[in-house]
Structures are given as C-alpha cells and as structure tokens.
Design a protein around this ligand. Sequence first.
Ligand SMILES: Cc1ncc(COP(=O)(O)O)c(C=O)c1O
Length: 396
Amino acid sequence: MWYNFSAMKDKCGNVGQKGKTLKRRVRVEIDLGALVRNYRKIVAHVKPMRVLSVLKANAYGLGVGAYAKALAEAGCREFGVAEPFEALELLAVLRRGGFAADVQILSSILPDEIAPMVKAGVILPITDIATAKLISDAAHRAKKMARVHFKLDTGMGRLGILAKDALETMRAVRKLPNLDCEGIFSHCPMAYDPKDPFTKRQIKLFKSIVASCAKEGIAFRKVHMAASDAINNFPETAKPPFTMVRTGINLHGSFDPNGRKALNVEPVLSLRTRVAQVRELPAGTTLGYGRTWCLAQPTKVATISAGYADGLPLALTNRGHVFIGGRRCKIIGRISMDYTTVDVSDVPGVKAGDEVVCFGTCGRDSITPDDWALLKGTHAYDIICSLGSRVQRVVK
Ligand SMILES: Cc1ncc(COP(=O)(O)O)c(C=O)c1O
C-alpha cells in the first residue's frame, strides 16, 4: 500500500494515518519555559545592558521559529544571525508574531546581498570601507537609512576592520549618506579563560577606540563585545561604555567547558529515543562494529534507537550513559549510525518501545550536552549543532 505522507503530516511534522500519528523515534525536547528563565537570568545579571539573543544557524539547529517567538514574548528586542537568509527567516517569524524587534547580521555581508537586506531593514556589519559604500548606495537608492554597526577585529582574526584602521575607517564611513552608524562591536576568541591576558588587552584596545571616538564626537547607541564566555568571565564587558551583550549558548543552558559559570542557567534540551530490542546475551558476546566490548558475564542488553546520525558522538562508545527506566545505564559497544547498545541488567522490566533519555534529567541525576562535550573533547556548541536531521524538534 502506498501512503501519501505529506497529506498525513500533523502540525509537528509527525507522519500518520487517519488521526493516528507515527512519531519520530528520536526527538529533542525543547523546554521553552527553561529558555525564557535563562533569558531572564541573563537580563538580570547584566542589567542595565541590552541582551541580544544569538539565533544563528536556525537557533543552533533547534528551530528559530519557536526560539524567536518565546524570547520576543519574554521581551527580547535584539536578535543576531550569521547571514542574510537567516535574517529574513527570523524577520518573518517576528513579523508574523507582531513583534517589532531588531535583526542584526553579526558577521559579514556580500555585495549582492546588500540591497535585499537594506530593503528588509536588517542591521548590517561594516567590515570595510568598500562594503560601507555599497550599503550607502543601496540605502540611497531605496530612499532609506541603513542601520549599521562597525565590526572591529581586535584579536578574533576572522572578520572586520583591523583595530589599527578603525578610526580612519569610521571617519570615512560616517561621511557616507544614508547610513545610521548606530553601533560598534567586536568579538573575543578566548573569553572562556578569566585569566587570559589576551582578552584583557582586547577589551582595553576596544575601549580605547570607543574613547577616541567619543573625543571626536563620534557616539554610538550600541557598544558590544561580550558573548556568553565574556558575560561569565569578564564582567567589565557588561558595564559602560558597553551597552549590550550577545548571548547564544547560555540561552540553551550550556557553557564553554572552561572558565567560570557565573550564570545559574538551567538545561533546556532533552534528547529522547526508544528501546528497539532487549536481549539476554551470554558471556563472551562481543557488541557492535570493531567488537570493542566483550561481555564478561551474562548481560541484559538493550539496543536503543539512536546513533551518530542522530548526534550521539562516537566518543560515548564504552564511556557514556543514558537513562532507562529511571536508572543510569552504561553504553557498551561502539555507537553505530542508528543504534547503540546499553547494559540494562539493573533495569527491571525494560522492554522494546520504552523511553530512553540520552541527555536530560532523571530524578536528581542529569546528563547534559556539556557532559557529552567533555567526553568528546569538544564544546556544547558542537554537540547541540550536531543533532541529526531526523531528530524531531519538539517544543514543550
Ligand atoms: C559575533 C558573535 N557574537 C555572539 C556569538 C554568540 O556566542 P555564544 O553562543 O558563545 O554566546 C557568536 C557565536 O559564535 C558570534 O560569532
């Protein structure tokens, strides 16, 4: 029998038939209440600074629509993205919700992208004079003022105006018509280390440029340098002359593995799947590719329906845990693309179809993306952005 799948999709994207939905096996549950509490904690921590929510890469892969709506309802009026497509998508979400909020591209803008961005009213980064001229021309043609922020490279080594050229560039750009040069910002590569002298020098350099601007009568409504790392480790980046901070990973309740965790944010995400099969296997059985685990004794093994295609790092092999039946169970055998084997000897009554919490809370215990990041030798961004395309994003 052939099914018309698109006709059977419910509003969450579940495929079903005549009212019966077929749920995805692996889903990431997004606790919007926790997201909003995290946002409010950040706002309270940096008060009176503005807080820009960074929702680039589809809100770190989790779904920009739900994130933007929840944050806008909580009062957020500044949002940041990496590139034009994301900016338009976010603007559409905000307009649909009736929110008048700023959407800002934080990284770069290419010549052919400028006119549509100016038309849409997206705040653009000035990374060099040539780009500023193109933005000015486009704004002139559109009979609009384009809102722009000078993006200074004070040590990130990625994009923007070099600090040594900053004043000269700003003087030149400010003479161009149809530009509202409302902001100046920079980004730090090592702000997760509170003792890092490089970040201290970066902040000093940035502040000295802002001070030189002030002496020349160049003032900015928005001055920002801190992302989550600096908010936690360099509190001076949330005090004047700064007026705003940008936050991404802390909204999700995660941190860089290094440095201070000054904000008491809570986990937002929980990754869940189901048990596919439970078997009693004899001693001497080896599990999975590479035969990396050999059972020392007869063992009850559950094969769960999630693997590296869903975002479980290979690094969890023989080291990670999941929760089944309210208990922490060890992963044994190599993670494969779609399945993972788990020791469930201590879980009474476990059977096919039971729920598995890959990360999330279980009573007082929890496993977080940050825990996985430590096992993989990476950071939580990598874990969160690596959740697979078949993982259903479910908002709670
Ligand atoms: C320019 C800029 N600002 C802010 C952020 C948000 O960083 P975080 O998620 O660490 O808060 C990023 C993310 O990479 C960024 O590139």
